[in-house]
Structure formats: structure tokens, C-alpha cells
Write a protein that binds this ligand. Structure first.
Ligand code: DGL
Length: 267
């Protein structure tokens, strides 16, 4: 069982930010990655469709013999994690926006949160704010268009810069000093965020940009260890699947991961 794969999925290519961290933390593990790009963005998908897609992908992982699953998507976690945990027997590791570390890190008491509409509306996220950031001022944005930019592999164009600036500059003007990336697509745009924010933040400190890829990988490591599921043999494969167009996915994922990727279809 311990050399069985771990299934990792997202609405699209955003979860690759999590997959990269898992590959660093757990280099022996065999991995299956599903990009549900035909249905991205999940951030504005009706709940019943989200429900169907998440259960379909989870069943696919189980059929492939997966020993654990990672929901590499804040939106799917916010809406579906509890249900998936009830329905499926394998350990499931999920995400949440890094509100707690952000609340500990801020000095201005002002935190920016970039996450999808569904995540920002979710009870899970509201509870996090109530628990850890009651005394902080929170600036939220669902950053319409970011997911589409990353899905098209555009991380560097003038249009990408302008779109990121449109959402980030008003928060910098409000003196946030910490920015939470509560969507797994957004870390791919962090270099642009750094460019825009450099030297503009209070006290000339760099804006702290926080996301949870390392925390999720550590949590996965703990969960595998607790369940005696760590793989001590060498990694045999990382397999990629998409519900979207294969050629586009191969092009975009190869840009994002900076290696040549072969992709199979999942319907
Ligand atoms: N990457 C996802 C997240 O973490 C979903 C983005 C989307 O498809 O809207 O929320």
C-alpha cells in the first residue's frame, strides 16, 4: 500500500503550486495530479456542479488505488472537504487560507486576502477570521481574471501586470503589510505582486506574501506517517490528467513546472 499513489486535484493548474511542494517534501511518493480545467474556475461554479466534479475526481483516485488525497484547492475545500471526508475512506488533506499566520505576522494590523468568491463567502473562511483575526482589518478581493491568466500560462505580460496591479495597489494604499494568497493559482502570480509592491509597503519592508503549500505538504507528511503510509522506495511516477484540452494543458503545465509534461485525459 505505501507505494500506492497520492491523488492531488484542483480546478485546474493552480494545485501545481501544492504538487511542487509535495514533490520537495516527499520525493519518494508516487503522485496523480488532476487538473479539472474544463470546469475552471471553481470560484464561481454553482455548488451542485462543484459537488459532482469533486466526487467524480475522488472516485477516480480511489479506482487508481490512491492511498490518500489532497484537495489542492481552497474553493473545493471550503465547499466540499467535509462531505468528501465522510464519503471516502482514505485520508484527505485539505487547504485553508493562511489567516492565522498572517494575523501573527502583521505589524500594521492590516491584511489583504486574495481568494475566490466561493472561498470568501464560505462559512469555513468566516470562522477563520472570527477565530484568528477579529482585531485585524481585512481587505478582501476575489481577483476576477487571475485564474484565467494562470490557466492560459500568462504570468508575465503587460496585461497580467496591469490586472495584478488593479487588485493589489488599492490594498497597498491601505497599508496592508501581509497578503494571504487563498487560492492555489495565485502563487504563480507572486513574482508580479512582489514587483508591484516592492518598496511601497509601510517602513519600506517588503510585503509578506503567505500561502500554504509548505504547510499542506507538512500536514500530508504527518498524516501519511500516522497512518503508516509513507513510501520508502524510490518514486516511480508522477502522472498528470486533465478534463480540458490536452495540448493546452501540456503547454501550460510545462511552462508552470518548467519541465516537459505529458498529460492524459480524464472526463
Ligand atoms: N485554485 C483554486 C483555489 O485554490 C480554485 C480557483 C478557481 O478555479 O476558481 O481556490
Amino acid at each position: 500500500m505505501s507505494n500506492a499513489p497520492i491523488g492531488v486535484f484542483d480546478s485546474g493548474v493552480g494545485g501545481l503550486t501544492i504538487l511542487q511542494a509535495i514533490r520537495e517534501h516527499l520525493p519518494n511518493e508516487n503522485l496523480l495530479y488532476v487538473a479539472d480545467s474544463a470546469y475552471a474556475p471553481y470560484g464561481r461554479l454553482p455548488k451542485d456542479v462543484l459537488h459532482k466534479r469533486c466526487s467524480h475526481i475522488a472516485r477516480f483516485f480511489v479506482q487508481q488505488g490512491a492511498k490518500a488525497m489532497v484537495i489542492a484547492c481552497n474553493t473545493a475545500t471550503a465547499v466540499m472537504a467535509e462531505w468528501l471526508r465522510k464519503e471516502f475512506d482514505i485520508p484527505i488533506v485539505a487547504m485553508e487560507p493562511a489567516i492565522k499566520p498572517a494575523a501573527l505576522a502583521t505589524r500594521t494590523g492590516k491584511i489583504g486576502v486574495f481568494a475566490t468568491e466561493n472561498t470568501l463567502k464560505s462559512d469555513r473562511y468566516r470562522k477563520l477570521l472570527a477565530e484568528y483575526a477579529k482585531d485585524k482589518k481585512i481587505f478582501e478581493s476575489s481577483c476576477n481574471g487571475f485564474v484565467e491568466l494562470v490557466e492560459s500560462g500568462d504570468l508575465t505580460s503587460v496585461q497580467a501586470f496591469q490586472l495584478v496591479e488593479k487588485y493589489l495597489q488599492p490594498m497597498i494604499d491601505e497599508h496592508i503589510d501581509v497578503l494571504v494568497l487563498g487560492c492555489t493559482h495565485y502563487p504563480f502570480l507572486a513574482p508580479l505582486m512582489r514587483k508591484i509592491s516592492s518598496q511601497q509597503v509601510a517602513g519600506n519592508q517588503d510585503l509578506q506574501i503567505i500561502h500554504t503549500a509548505d504547510a499542506v505538504s507538512l500536514q500530508l507528511t504527518r498524516v501519511l506517517a500516522e497512518n503508516d503510509l509513507l513510501n520508502f522506495k524510490d518514486q516511480e511516477y508522477v502522472k498528470y490528467f486533465t478534463s480540458g484540452d490536452i495540448q493546452t494543458a501540456e503547454r501550460v503545465m510545462s511552462i508552470l513546472l518548467q519541465e516537459d509534461i505529458n498529460i492524459q485525459e480524464i472526463i
